[in-house]
Design a protein around this ligand. Structure first.
Ligand SMILES: NC(=O)c1ccc[n+]([C@@H]2O[C@H](COP(=O)([O-])OP(=O)(O)OC[C@H]3O[C@@H](n4cnc5c(N)ncnc54)[C@H](OP(=O)(O)O)[C@@H]3O)[C@@H](O)[C@H]2O)c1
Length: 347
């Protein structure tokens, strides 16, 4: 039986859900790939780091976090930092699941560069590195002849990047658009029902739809990072989130929504990118009025949509319906299966 060793950077909602999925599929992976997955590193910010080249007991690691909020002495705790572990630990695949830094993509991008520099495969759920450093990271992965996968960064496990790469071969992407932020969806939807702004925010926070500080969503930063990641990968845009023409929904009032409704329209925060006459990719995030009959009008709350226009297949759309954390885990898992295809079958 072969082995594939994983370093998990970040063990929060996504990391633990991915851990549970690995445990669920352990036997199926062994059967399909004749490979045993061993997690050798788990790094966090405040719950301790563990490193065991022989393999961490993933089940007890998850239990520890849920019961005590940190790793116990049952594990080989280490004082090595996340960066030191990325540099020195024994692993084959680095799985980056630390929080997004929307303004720099760091320190996640440096973790990834370190792993690629060591010719390790990389999977990231964190869109920061893809939005800020995609060209550099993909060139590094190419030169090192290793995988660099990031399916989870936009719409969780929904195949967007894989769909384009695997099923739209030789088709040139000319435009990408989407509704990609659930917080703004939720707020606009509730405003349209006549709800009061402060009540919406309070209820949204209680239901987990709205962050304690929702500015990143409301002002369109999160959507800008997502469209940048999409355009960098699908159109080789070579742009960063600060180059997106961005306008959030902060100025949209119930009155604006009411007037739009009188015209048979709804307001949505739309992300869009296309190639201009100079051949450069331009990206926008802005609230737009959409006809009530348009498919986009039905993209509410946590549901999201990406539309990809190509020269050969015109416009196709992928919708993700109300994902939960298991769909995030599946995105990381599906990337791992692609690494396994490569490692076990040279596919
Ligand atoms: N949640 C989703 O549905 C979802 C969907 C798609 C993509 N993503 C992306 O996946 C990533 C993780 O999301 P999440 O929801 O799991 O976040 P989360 O629950 O906040 O967990 C983040 C984890 O990263 C750890 N961490 C922070 N800084 C670190 C560092 N420098 N080194 C090592 N670990 C560090 C945190 O440690 P502590 O536990 O000590 O705080 C925590 O374990 C983010 O980039 C997010 O954008 C998430």
């Amino acid at each position: 039986m072969k082995e594939l060793k994983l370093a998990l950077l970040g063990f929060g909602n996504a990391g633990q859900a991915f851990g549970r999925l690995l445990l669920d599929k352990e036997e199926e992976i062994k059967k399909t790939y004749e490979t045993e997955i061993k997690v050798t590193v788990i790094a966090t910010a405040s719950k301790g780091n563990i490193y065991d080249p022989e393999g961490i007991n993933l089940r007890t690691a998850i239990e520890d976090i849920n019961e005590d909020g940190r790793f116990s002495e049952k594990h080989r705790l280490t004082q090595l930092s996340t960066m030191e572990l990325s540099k020195e630990a024994d692993y084959d695949v680095l799985v980056e699941m630390t929080p997004l830094n929307i303004f720099t993509g760091q320190p996640a991008a440096d973790h990834i560069k370190t792993a690629l520099g060591r010719r390790k495969h990389v999977i990231t759920a964190n869109k920061g590195p893809v939005a800020w450093f995609f060209r550099e990271l993909s060139h590094m992965a190419h030169d090192a002849d290793v995988c660099f996968f990031y399916e989870t960064t936009v719409m969780d496990g929904t195949p967007v990047f894989n769909l384009a790469e695997k099923t739209l071969k030789m088709a040139k992407v000319t435009e990408v658009s989407g509704i990609l932020n659930s917080t703004t969806n939720y707020i606009l939807e509730e405003l349209a029902k006549g709800e009061d702004y402060d009540d919406i925010m309070e209820r949204g926070r209680k239901m987990g739809f709205i962050e304690a500080d929702p500015a990143m969503d409301i002002e369109g930063y999160d959507a800008a990072a997502k469209i940048t990641a999409l355009l960098n990968v699908l159109m080789d845009a070579g742009i960063t989130p600060d180059q997106v023409r961005r306008k959030g929904i902060e100025d949209i009032t119930a009155e604006d929504i009411g007037k739009a409704k009188e015209r048979g329209k709804v307001i949505k925060l739309l992300c869009r990118g296309f190639r201009n006459e100079k051949g450069e990719v331009e990206a926008t995030v802005e609230p737009v009025e959409i006809s009530e009959n348009d498919i986009l009008a039905g993209i509410n709350s946590t549901t999201s949509i990406v539309s990809i226009t190509t020269d050969l297949m015109k416009k196709i759309s992928v919708i993700e319906h109300e994902p939960e954390i298991e769909q995030t885990a599946y995105g990381v898992f599906s990337d791992l299966l692609r690494v396994l295809d490569r490692v076990a079958y040279n596919k």
